[in-house]
Design a protein around this ligand. Sequence first.
Ligand code: GLU
Length: 384
Amino acid sequence: MQQAVEQQDALAPYRRLTIKIGSALLVDGKTGKLRADWLASLAEDLAALKARGVSLVIVSSGAIALGRRLLGLDAKVLPLEQSQAAASAGQIALSQAWASALGKHDITTGQILLTPNITEERRYFLNARTTISTLLSLGAVPIINENDSVATAEIRYGDNDRLSARVATMIEADCLILLSDIDGLYTAPPAKDPNATHLPFVAAITPEIEAMAGGAASHLSRGGMTTKVEAGRIATQAGTGMIIAKGTENHPLQALMEGGRHTLFAPVETRAQARKRWIMGTLELKGAVHVDAGAARALGEGKSLLPIGVTRLAGDFERGEAVAIYDPDGREIARGLATLRRDEADLVKGKNSARATELLGIGTRSEMVHRDNMVVLMGLEAKV
Ligand code: GLU
């Protein structure tokens, strides 16, 4: 039974992934050189995921680790100014490595360097999100790291685990994958406790789970299990799941697609998500609303459906009943709860909002389907 569960493709449910790659995977700890064969195998996995329609955003560490060797800095712990210099030299090598590895699969990469203020201040956040979303819509893969060479101690994440969780929530990824040197969360740090057992699934991050994480960081990356669980808290609270998996062997994502060992942290369902799941899954459809191209686009941008965009109606529905919404090509693009009854909808179809209000009487809401009561189907939905 356990066998059957483990062989499932752990990545099958996801359409938008953020994948965090730790320094210890990309850079050989002894030589300080890029693990080029490993990166090539990962690039193959990423190309396979992209081919099945998954949007990918990579958060890659490794700048400091690569830059150390380039600048001949070999002290075990570097002073801040030297690690910032190492990040500066190493980031160029890191970007080149990614561009070349994914370039072999005809995938274009874009580099984005972030600091905490960018992910936390609304104006910067919206701008960064738009850049990432534009890259995704153009078929490129954004490669993100912290802007280590200029970030000061006060405005620094210092670890890419939490940075990647912010990125995942920023783009509303379905799942954040942390590829690291350990295959998930154990009941205690396995290096310290030989009786520690692996947890395949964490339903909620409780103080008990946090206590299990209490481990130390490796010398190349700052993040130990504690920062991974903190990342899990950021991600899951925003409705994004998180997977911790071991990435050291070649083809680490293929391993997950073949059911490789990992820990999955379940996302916390928000009220809005629960409502949308209810609209999608539970309700019987009572009608069909056909819309023009402009309205179809507006729904993709998260807007409500207004009468002016409605071209044709079918079925017999009351206020609050479920309807399917179709684009001019007859594809179902959304489902939602009708604000208007069928006869009211007929009256205002194709009319602008002022005219619709006149026809329906002041005090009646004149949109066809309000965005809060609508689920835009995957593919069209401008999630970012
Ligand atoms: N941003 C750092 C780098 O690229 C790594 C931080 C981390 O490993 O979490 O070298």
